[in-house]
Design a protein around this ligand. Structure first.
Ligand SMILES: N[C@@H](CCC(=O)N[C@@H](CS)C(=O)NCC(=O)O)C(=O)O
Length: 354
């Protein structure tokens, strides 16, 4: 008899329940947050769920992984997605071991780097996976085992092919094409160099404790650095510290963070400014051109990034991400906004808030 999980079982369980897969960067991001924060959870692996273990459950719209099953205000079970607001939701329900810096100016830098990881680094992740044959072959073979119940060789090959056929046309959503490949790859390499240099002297992006930005970057790197062969080789060669860092951030449940572990936003190390400069070189132009295309109802984003042509399909969700960052910038008090503006001055990131 298959064991079933239904809404009542989850509502009566004090643990946080989520569904995800190992090949999903956002699933890995959230699992690492839950472990570091010592929030008890249980993961429903999508392959088991596909075997029929989940019955009568709410379905999120749009359907994304990870999916969290959380109680709504009226006591019913709700399906909730989107890692960035979920991290903030857990800040409200669990106070210890926060991943949001206490200085709101540093917290906005943290949010900015998190969004860069979620919305820009993910382009590299999707690009390498579905652009190169070696990566396509590995992903097709392994993703099938992560998202499906046990399969015969024949079904395994058929399902792997189906996944590739579904994902490869989706390259256009992230903007990966022959035109943009050089921009994406050069930017991934520069990010690696800047992060590697930072890790020569520091443990995490914003100090001796991890912020939400670390988990955003970690999620994408679980795939870029540790799974897909082309970018994994690039990472190992250029940035062995980054490769090693991913292994550590997977489980930071034993770290003992202190309030004083955050950097002072008025005295950020030069290695952080260098990372912000790399972010400022690619991410604001992409976000601004996308928002403009979404607002004008254009069918194509057509711009220049890093002095080279960039063409992609507009992505309404990323226009919202830009609005959220601007909202948070506007909500800072004058002193905090000055601290933030001074910290990002000259990096190119200021273009997001002009
Ligand atoms: N903004 C979302 C993105 C989540 C997302 O895009 N998840 C991917 C998997 S990594 C997904 O479910 N894509 C749809 C699909 O594969 O059908 C978050 O931060 O959680």
């Amino acid at each position: 008899m298959p064991r079933k999980i239904d809404a009542d079982t989850i509502l009566n369980d004090p643990r946080v329940t989520l569904m995800g897969v190992a090949g999903s960067p956002y699933t890995r991001k959230m699992l690492a947050v839950l472990r570091y924060r010592q929030i008890p959870y249980r993961l429903l692996i999508a392959s088991n769920v596909a075997g029929g273990e989940l019955t009568g459950m709410p379905v999120p719209k749009p359907s994304l992984l990870p999916t969290f099953f959380l109680p709504a205000d009226d006591g019913t079970l709700q399906a909730v997605t989107d890692s960035t607001p979920l991290i903030r939701r857990f800040e409200a329900s669990h106070r210890e071991r926060s991943v949001i810096p206490s200085d709101p100016a540093l917290a906005l830098i943290d949010a900015l780097i998190e969004d860069y990881a979620d919305e820009w680094l993910t382009k590299a992740m999707f690009h390498y996976r579905w652009h190169y044959q070696a990566d396509i072959d590995k992903a097709s073979a392994v993703l099938a085992t992560w998202s499906r119940p046990p399969l015969s060789d024949e079904e395994h090959a058929r399902y792997g092919k189906l996944i590739a056929e579904r994902q490869i046309p989706r390259l256009r959503y992230v903007g990966s094409s022959e035109t943009t490949a050089p921009v994406i790859e050069a930017s991934y390499e520069r990010f690696l160099d800047a992060f590697e240099n930072h890790l020569r002297t520091h443990r995490y992006l914003l100090g001796a404790r991890p912020g939400s930005s670390d988990f955003g970057v970690f999620g994408q790197l679980t795939q870029l650095a540790h799974f897909d062969p082309t970018c994994m080789a690039v990472t190992l060669k250029r940035a062995p510290r980054v490769y090693g860092w991913v292994g550590n951030v997977e489980d930071l449940s034993g770290l003992l963070p202190e309030e004083t572990d955050w950097f002072d936003v008025t005295a950020l190390p030069a290695t952080v400014t260098a990372i912000l400069r790399e972010i400022g070189r690619v991410y604001p132009p992409a976000m601004l051109a996308n928002a403009k295309a979404v607002m004008s109802g254009a069918t194509e984003v057509n711009t220049q990034i890093d002095g080279k042509p960039w063409v992609q399909q507009p992505f309404p969700y990323q226009a919202k991400c830009l609005q959220w960052l601007r909202r948070d910038h506007a909500a800072l008090d004058d002193a905090a906004r000055r601290r933030f503006d001074t910290a990002i001055a000259g990096t190119g990131c200021e273009a997001l808030f002009n």
